[in-house]
Design a protein around this ligand. Sequence first.
Ligand SMILES: *[C@@H]1O[C@H](CO)[C@@H](O)[C@H](O)[C@H]1NC(C)=O
Ligand SMILES: *[C@@H]1O[C@H](CO)[C@@H](O)[C@H](O)[C@H]1NC(C)=O
Ligand SMILES: *[C@@H]1O[C@H](CO)[C@@H](O)[C@H](O)[C@H]1NC(C)=O
Ligand SMILES: *[C@@H]1O[C@H](CO)[C@@H](O)[C@H](O)[C@H]1NC(C)=O
Length: 359
Amino acid sequence: MAREIVKPLWTLFSAIFLIYLVNGAAQPQVPCYFIFGDSLSDNGNNNPLLTLAKANFPPYGIDFPRGPTGRFSNGRNLVDAVAELLGLDNYIPPFATARGMELLKGVNYASGSAGIRNETGRQTGQIISMDMQLQNHQSIVKQIASFWGNNDSSAEEYLGKCIYTVGMGTNDYILNYFVSLSSTSLQYTPDQYARVLVEQYSQQLRTLYNFGARKIVLFGLGPLGSIPYEVAACGTKGSSCVSYINNAVQIFNWRLISLVQELNSNLRNAKFIYIDYYGIGSSYALSQGSLISNVSCCEVKGGACIAFQIPCRNRTQYIFWDGIHPTEATNVVIAARAYKAKFLTDAFPYDINRLAQPS
Ligand SMILES: *[C@@H]1O[C@H](CO)[C@@H](O)[C@H](O)[C@H]1NC(C)=O
Ligand SMILES: *[C@@H]1O[C@H](CO)[C@@H](O)[C@H](O)[C@H]1NC(C)=O
Ligand SMILES: *[C@@H]1O[C@H](CO)[C@@H](O)[C@H](O)[C@H]1NC(C)=O
Ligand SMILES: *[C@@H]1O[C@H](CO)[C@@H](O)[C@H](O)[C@H]1NC(C)=O
């Protein structure tokens, strides 16, 4: 009798164990993931800095298991969602705290308020510009090379298998060019500004390539004129102001697509892809007509959530968490389409899933 019970039980346990083995042992698609960017990607690098650009207090993180961490959202941000889709079992640690062997899985260098240009976002205090993020990466690459006894070719082979995402430029517009009477807006037309920005970005991306990066995802800019922060800033100037901003941002995006083509043809073994953040964000907001896109979920001052205020109850109903940053629900949708394109235009020349395939 006992035997008759034990046998099916044993079979059941073995089956569960097998499922565990298959799933538990599932390898991530890539061994490592490095992140460069601004507040759309920052996961705590600004916490120790003297800056106003912080998100390590409630209600930020209200839906994140560890609470407020410095992520500029209610829950996961864009790169957290990308890391999950790549099958990585942990979120990538911020440069501010990453140490030891965990560096091998990747590092997040992103800093809220930062930009392509060094002066961008300085009005908020200390921030880590793209040039400084690259310097930080250089120090990490040296440490990683030391794990191979400074055998650079082995370290390079490893670094070439990683995914790199770079999302920069938003603050070069909203905290620089579109700040009234900014010196860049007095100096450049939107067309000229996009050209100088993308030229500087191009140099930075070549530097990243020279540090061994080969699989590089570039997030384009979103419809910045339509974020609650800019809509409020436009005020009575209304929709012409909003579309002026959106047009300027799209010039940058078009130039970025050309840059992707250029880098792919000029840099050996380089695989750059462009994610149409603008198109994905806009089509998502349009297709989900019931979602609220003109108001942020939390109560804001200067675009950021006011500390300790109670936010909207149902976060999945909102596109924007604060005046600038998407809710977790939006981040998850954008990451999903960046990873597996829904429309041909979502990713150019192909999506992250394909970029992550062994080459
Ligand atoms: C960037 O700006 C900071 C602060 O203004 C300055 O200390 C630093 O030297 C600048 N870096 C570059 C590369 O221009
Ligand atoms: C580095 O490692 C590779 C692959 O393991 C090996 O072929 C090469 O000889 C090493 N180079 C040095 C300088 O040790
Ligand atoms: C947001 O949109 C809704 C619905 O279109 C409208 O009723 C509301 O007045 C808008 N709120 C603001 C602050 O623009
Ligand atoms: C929250 O909003 C979403 C999207 O509109 C809706 O599907 C869901 O039922 C809402 N949840 C609650 C608890 O109201």
